[in-house]
Structures are given as structure tokens and as C-alpha cells.
Design a binder for this molecule. Structure first.
Ligand SMILES: C/C=C/C(=O)SCCNC(=O)CCNC(=O)[C@H](O)C(C)(C)COP(=O)(O)OP(=O)(O)OC[C@H]1O[C@@H](n2cnc3c(N)ncnc32)[C@H](O)[C@@H]1OP(=O)(O)O
Length: 265
């Protein structure tokens, strides 16, 4: 791999236009304040590097991310303001991941709990190891999910499944997560990174950057508005793509019975 970049509690390696972002805060890769800053810088880096067309986020070692740093909560005891700051700052980074105009795939290699699942849910797609453990156990701490989990879990699965998982702190494996639509696919741990790489490369190496970005924008914005507004957003983005070199190339390639070679223009 080339292009390795180090940030606080995470690092990025780039290969074949795919950035592999490793969260690295041993032993459990928890999301401490330092991890939030590191992730924010890391996401800015992958957003601004024009070589990168897709991103895979995973955890270094045996954990994906075991949640927010519970030990840091002690210093915010009895302070609503400090509690709010922890939530709002982490939510902002996760929103930045969700709004990235490059597809982000979470490769869930182990414990993916609390803030870890919230980060995974902010990604555009998720591949889990069968052996992974996914859950929102915050009620065990007398809390609720605070990095977007109460909102994204219900949207990704459904209201009753989200309430069941959050209210019981139930932890589920990769296969069950797949069966409720929480992850796209669950595979044995040994196959996880290859599966994530294949998915990332199927997009990064085959599609135009312009239609990738437009797809993410249409789906993200559409889920935040009415269906009619969503159709209008889609029509505008579709029309803009009509003026691109890549659209001409895609259509000509079809007619000439060859594979399109997009230039991201
Ligand atoms: C808004 C967001 C809120 C949240 O995210 S709240 C946090 C939600 N997450 C959790 O409640 C998970 C808590 N952790 C666990 O349940 C377990 O751990 C695991 C299932 C993840 C792993 O269990 P095992 O394999 O037996 O390892 P181990 O000895 O429990 O953990 C290894 C070290 O990691 C520390 N650790 C684990 N999770 C956290 C955490 N979330 N915050 C701070 N430290 C954590 C432990 O304390 C320990 O450390 P040491 O070796 O020094 O005893």
C-alpha cells in the first residue's frame, strides 16, 4: 500500500483509489475526544485527496469500535453542557462521513457497540464479519445513544427493531444484522477485508466520480425531505450529468459495445 497518513488515533492507507481508514485507539478503539479530532482530520483528508474515490473504515486489531470512551464520561458527570458537547462534536464528524461525496463502507471486524455502531451507521454501506457484535448498549449506562443512534437505527431498520435493540441493549451478530437490514452483507471474518475491497473497487474503478457523488447526494437529500422534493432533486442532478464528458462516454461505450472509460469530467 502507498500514501500512508497518520492522524490522532487513526491512519489512512490508499490503494487503487480506495482509502482504508483504520481506527487505532487500543485496546478497544473507543471514540475518545482525541479520536473525534483524529477522525475529523482523517475525513477531511480523504474528502480533499482527488486520487481517493471510495473509503473503507475498519478497526485495527480485534475490535471495530467499542463505543464512546466511557472513562471520559466521568469528567463530564453532573454537567449537561459537557455531555452535550461530547454528543454534538461526535455527531458533526459522523454527519461529515455521511455527507462525503465518496462512498464510505464500514468493514465491521469485531465489537461495534454504542458510538461504534453509530459511526458504522453514518457510513453509506456496511459489511460485517459474522463474528462481529453490534448493539446500542447505552441504556446499561443510564444513557441513550448520543452520536445519532436513536435516529439512524430506526431509519436503517425500522422503528420497532430500533426500539427493541436500544431499550434491551441486545447485541447481535453479523448474520442477524444482515437479516434486519442493518448491514449490507455478513461474511466470515477472514473474508471481510476482501469483501469490502471488492465492493469499494467495484465503484471506485468502474464508475464516474460525478455520478457517484450525484447518487449519494440524491439519496441523502431525498431521505431528508418529501417524496416530491426528492424527485425534483433527482431530476436536477440527472439533468446536470447530461452535460458531462462521462455521460457521453458511457452512452457511446454502450452503443459501441465496449466498457466505458470514465475521466471524472
Ligand atoms: C454516545 C455514545 C455512547 C457510547 O458509545 S457508550 C459506550 C457503549 N459501549 C459499551 O458499553 C461497550 C463496553 N465494552 C464492553 O462491553 C466490552 O469491553 C467489549 C464487549 C467491547 C469487549 O469485551 P472483552 O473482550 O471482554 O474486553 P474488555 O476487557 O471488556 O475490554 C478491553 C479493554 O477495553 C476497555 N473498554 C472497552 N470498551 C470501552 C469503552 N466503551 N470505553 C472505555 N473503555 C472501554 C475495557 O475497560 C478494557 O480496558 P482494561 O483492559 O484497562 O480493563
Amino acid at each position: 500500500m502507498s500514501n500512508e497518513k497518520q492522524f490522532s488515533n487513526c491512519h489512512v492507507k490508499v490503494e487503487n483509489h480506495v482509502a482504508y481508514l483504520f481506527v487505532n485507539n487500543p485496546p478497544a478503539n473507543v471514540i475518545s475526544s482525541e479520536t473525534v479530532s483524529g477522525l475529523s482530520a482523517c475525513v477531511d483528508y480523504v474528502a480533499n485527496d482527488s486520487e481517493i474515490k471510495a473509503v473503507v473504515i475498519t478497526g485495527e486489531g480485534k475490535f471495530f469500535i467499542a463505543g464512546a470512551d466511557i472513562k471520559e464520561f466521568v469528567s463530564a458527570f453532573d454537567s449537561e453542557d459537557k455531555g452535550k458537547l461530547l454528543s454534538v462534536e461526535a455527531q458533526a464528524v459522523l454527519n461529515k462521513i455521511e455527507q462525503l461525496n465518496k462512498p464510505v463502507i464500514a468493514a465491521i471486524n469485531g465489537a461495534c457497540l454504542g458510538g461504534g455502531l453509530e459511526l458504522a451507521m453514518s457510513c453509506h454501506m456496511r459489511i460485517a464479519a459474522d463474528e462481529a457484535k453490534l448493539g446500542q448498549p447505552e441504556l446499561n449506562l443510564g444513557l441513550i445513544p448520543g452520536f445519532g443512534g436513536t435516529q439512524r437505527l430506526a431509519r436503517l431498520t425500522n422503528k420497532s427493531k430500533a426500539l427493541e435493540m436500544i431499550l434491551t441493549s441486545k447485541v447481535i451478530g453479523g448474520k442477524e444484522a444482515e437479516s434486519i437490514g442493518l448491514v449490507n452483507k455478513s461474511v466470515p471474518l477472514v473474508e471481510l477485508m476482501n469483501e469490502a475491497k471488492q465492493l469499494a473497487e467495484a465503484i471506485a474503478l468502474k464508475k464516474s466520480r460525478l455520478s457517484i457523488a450525484a447518487t449519494i447526494e440524491a439519496v441523502n437529500k431525498g431521505l431528508e425531505t418529501t417524496l416530491d422534493e426528492g424527485f425534483a432533486i433527482e431530476a436536477d442532478l440527472w439533468a446536470k450529468l447530461f452535460t458531462t464528458e462521462d455521460m457521453k462516454e458511457g452512452v457511446n461505450a454502450f452503443i459501441e459495445k465496449r466498457e466505458a472509460e470514465f475521466q471524472d469530467k
